[in-house]
Design a protein around this ligand. Structure first.
Ligand code: HSE
Length: 439
């Protein structure tokens, strides 16, 4: 039987999962591929700590060059994460005419152009299914299954940590800080959770998703991003009362001559499938002009689910190698020579519904002054809730308003004016609502 030699750089959680999967599924993989995948070397700075699996004598090395310089190895898996030395290893592997498989979303979102262009120049492939949505085959869906569609929209829950925190806040009424601490104690959240909770990890994944959906280069800095750390149990409770759940959504919508791309906590109706994606699960609701709605759901992280995506890429590339071809599927959906820059819609121009929670004094005329500012800025109110008379430290009560479709620029201007009113205390909470666009 033919053998295809592969090397693994990074023997962490996902790397260990890949080794386990290659060992446990070797017979199944041989049947799928008609060849044997041979893991020839594993490089990691730590080759002494037990990973709970046994590997063949002599395959562990501390030096990634042992993989990069091995002419027999045709596919290199980069599973160390981060920017450097991951970037250099990938580029070096490609220059040595090796195909690459990576789960590194941060690297692809920031250095993707250099990496994809190098792959094209060196005529090698790069598999990155594990970089977005973990085990969920969203890359393959966009690059292959939906190839005949213009992608009208994508609404995604792309970060398991944030979804886990929001789910627990919703189910248990706890504050963000308490749930974050619990998630860290349970090992679900990183010691430094910034990437996950502030939307940065989601932005990396959305940038990759956009490139594949529209065959274009994306500037990560142009994507509007807002995390979940300011969400309070009070907002979750008001959302429930209004018929919504709050999720950290990544949104991409095809507009006339630009793409709307944004990440922020979003209220979505109870009865939408995305509302029921709970815990650390991820999901993607993709709408194609021919396919209509496609919904993908699964584990966005974790040892074996992520390993499943990595090994899937290994098999895809190996199938091409066996046929004597490479890059049967273009790296970023479209032909690499026609990739152009994506035009993202400025955040000021987006139009959506808003939830606004004011902290205002409870006295006659307050509502009319607030609604006056909104009205003067073209913002039409859809509903108002004022409950009880529980005064906060500023002697204020929460007043919640939802709006009809309004322009972001108008909302920002109105809130600036609102903050100067003597009857409004503290900053107004803004959460965007997506309702009709999800239907
Ligand atoms: N930290 C990510 C999450 C998984 O919480 O979903 C890896 O991208």
């Amino acid at each position: 039987m033919k053998e295809i030699y592969v090397g693994l750089i990074g023997f962490g959680t996902v790397g260990t999962g890949v080794v386990k999967l290659l060992q446990n599924s070797s017979q199944l993989l041989e049947k799928q591929l008609g060849a044997r995948l041979v893991l020839k070397k594993i490089a990691d700075l730590d080759i002494t700590t037990s990973r709970g699996i046994s590997v063949e004598e002599g395959i562990l090395t501390k030096d990634a060059a042992d993989i990069l310089n091995d002419p027999e190895i045709s596919i290199v898996m980069e599973l160390i994460g981060g920017y450097e030395p991951a970037r250099s290893f990938i580029l070096e592997a490609m220059r040595k005419k090796k195909h690459v498989v990576t789960a590194n979303k941060a690297l692809l979102a920031t250095h993707g152009n250099e990496i994809f262009e190098t792959a094209a120049k060196e005529e090698v492939d790069i598999g990155f299914e594990a970089s977005v949505g973990g085990t969920i085959p969203v890359i393959k869906t966009l690059k292959e299954s939906l190839v005949a569609n213009r992608i009208k929209s994508i609404f995604g829950i792309m970060n398991g940590t944030s979804n886990f925190i929001l789910t627990k806040m919703t189910d248990e009424g706890e504050s963000f800080d308490v749930v974050l601490k619990e998630a860290q104690d349970l090992g679900f959240a990183e010691a430094d959770p910034t990437f996950d909770i502030e939307g940065i990890d989601t932005a990396h994944k959305l940038a990759i998703t956009l490139a594949l959906s529209y065959g274009k280069r994306v500037n990560l800095d142009d994507i509007y991003m807002e995390g979940i750390s300011k969400i309070t149990p009070e907002d979750i409770e008001f959302a429930r009362e209004l018929g919504y759940r709050i999720k950290l959504l990544a949104i991409a919508i095809q507009r006339e001559d630009s793409i709307e791309a944004r990440i922020h906590p979003t209220m979505i109706p109870f009865d939408h499938l995305l509302s029921n994606v709970n815990g650390n699960f991820n999901a993607f609701h993709i709408v194609g002009d021919a396919a209509d709605s496609v919904f993908l759901y699964g584990q966005g992280a974790g040892m074996m689910p992520t390993a499943s995506a990595v090994v899937g890429d290994l098999v895809d590339i190996s199938r091409d190698i066996l046929k004597g071809i490479s890059r049967r599927v273009p790296l970023r959906s479209r032909r690499e020579d026609i990739i152009e820059d994506i035009k993202l819609m400025p955040m000021d121009d987006i139009v959506t519904n808003y939830y606004l929670r004011f902290s205002a004094l409870d006295r006659p005329g307050v509502l009319s002054r607030i609604s006056g500012v909104l009205g003067n800025n073209n913002i039409s109110i859809s509903s108002v809730i004022q409950k009880g008379r529980t005064h906060d430290a500023h002697g204020a009560v929460p007043i919640v308003m939802t709006t009809h479709e309004s322009r972001e620029k108008d909302v920002r201007k109105a809130l600036k004016e609102m903050d100067t009113l003597d009857i409004v205390r503290g900053k107004t909470m803004v959460i965007r609502i997506e309702d009709d666009k999800l239907k």
